[in-house]
Design a protein around this ligand. Structure first.
Ligand SMILES: Nc1ncnc2c1ncn2[C@@H]1O[C@H](COP(=O)(O)OP(=O)(O)OP(=O)(O)O)[C@@H](O)[C@H]1O
Length: 294
């Protein structure tokens, strides 16, 4: 090791002081707007892994985080290889305006608002990760994009059993985050379970254990399909939904690893789903956020 890398503790005094007491207005990381999720920090230089079963809300929750972050003036790049740009933006506009059938002019204005904040990597299917990372590096250094979503690892051209290649890619993503001082969100699907009643954890991520070992933060998103089925059954037979059922969460965000905050952020957070806006909300009956109003 070069002796230049061996430094005295006090060399870092400024940085440590800053970690205790950031200067007013200084960017220490971004968060969701939802009160109960607000202390989960997405800091520059980190990699978050997002897992969960198919159709359990990972992309929606990440889109919501993207809008939360954008609302604070940060730029986000989304590479969603299983969803067209049109579909991603359709869902995002619904979330941003808080409604399922906004007027044409509101949709157009909302997309104009997103213009300065949201970048879409317009590619579906298996991606060339060299091209992707080149584009992302440029976006970070030349345009100041702060958050990058990669949805998902499965479409990065690596075989499910090629653990070495998975580890190498996750390593590259973490280096990208650290070198460019940005946050990477990587979606990695979880293994299929016997049923969908149990929320998958970090041990259930498909592929190499290195994916979650290397990640700074690990989240899983679980959808309460049991509740949905019961509510549907009651609605079909025109019965009222008992409060006990109504108050059960529609989804759970499980933060099983948070490198910076540990137990202060780790835990399971119950969320409710607002169908028209496709937003996750804190309590049943809450209004969605109106991120974009004309
Ligand atoms: N908690 C929920 N309650 C009701 N519907 C939900 C819930 N979460 C997600 N959905 C519905 O499921 C659909 C799929 O959600 P989303 O695309 O976010 O899933 P995903 O986990 O990213 O799926 P995939 O792994 O296939 O990419 C959404 O369009 C929404 O209609």
């Amino acid at each position: 090791m070069s002796t230049d890398l061996l430094k005295r503790a006090s060399t870092f005094t400024g940085e440590v002081l800053n970690r205790f007491y950031p200067a007013p207005g200084e960017q220490v990381g971004d968060t969701f707007s939802l009160g109960k999720l607000r202390h989960i920090l997405f800091a520059p230089g980190e990699l978050s892994v997002w897992t969960g079963l198919n159709g359990h809300g990972k992309s929606l929750l990440l889109n919501q985080l993207a809008i939360d972050v954008a609302k604070e003036g940060q730029q986000v790049a989304i590479a969603s290889f299983e969803m067209s740009a049109k579909r991603t933006l359709y869902r995002m506009v619904r979330q941003a305006v808080g409604a399922d059938q906004p007027a044409d002019w509101l949709i157009t204005q909302c997309l104009q608002w997103l213009d300065d904040l949201m970048w879409i990597y317009d590619h579906t299917g298996t991606v060339n990760t060299n091209d992707l990372l080149k584009t992302f590096h440029k976006a970070a250094t030349e345009r100041g994009v702060a958050h990058f979503v990669i949805d998902s690892l499965m479409k990065c051209g690596i075989a499910e059993d090629d653990y070495n290649a998975q580890k190498a890619l996750v390593d590259r993503l973490q280096n990208f985050a650290q070198t460019d001082g940005i946050h990477v969100h990587l979606v990695a699907h979880s293994r299929k379970k016997n049923n969908e009643d149990d929320a998958p954890g970090k041990m259930d991520v498909k592929g190499s254990g290195a994916i979650t070992d290397l990640a700074d933060n690990v989240f899983s998103v679980w959808r309460n399909k049991g509740k949905e089925a019961k509510v549907q059954q009651l609605a079909d037979t025109k019965q009222t939904i008992p409060d006990e059922l109504r108050n059960k969460p529609d989804a759970i965000l499980d933060c099983s690893k948070h490198r910076e905050l540990g137990g202060d952020a780790e835990g399971r957070y119950g969320l409710f789903y607002h169908r028209a806006s496709m937003q996750f909300i804190e309590r049943p009956g809450d209004l969605p956020f109106f991120y974009f109003e004309a």
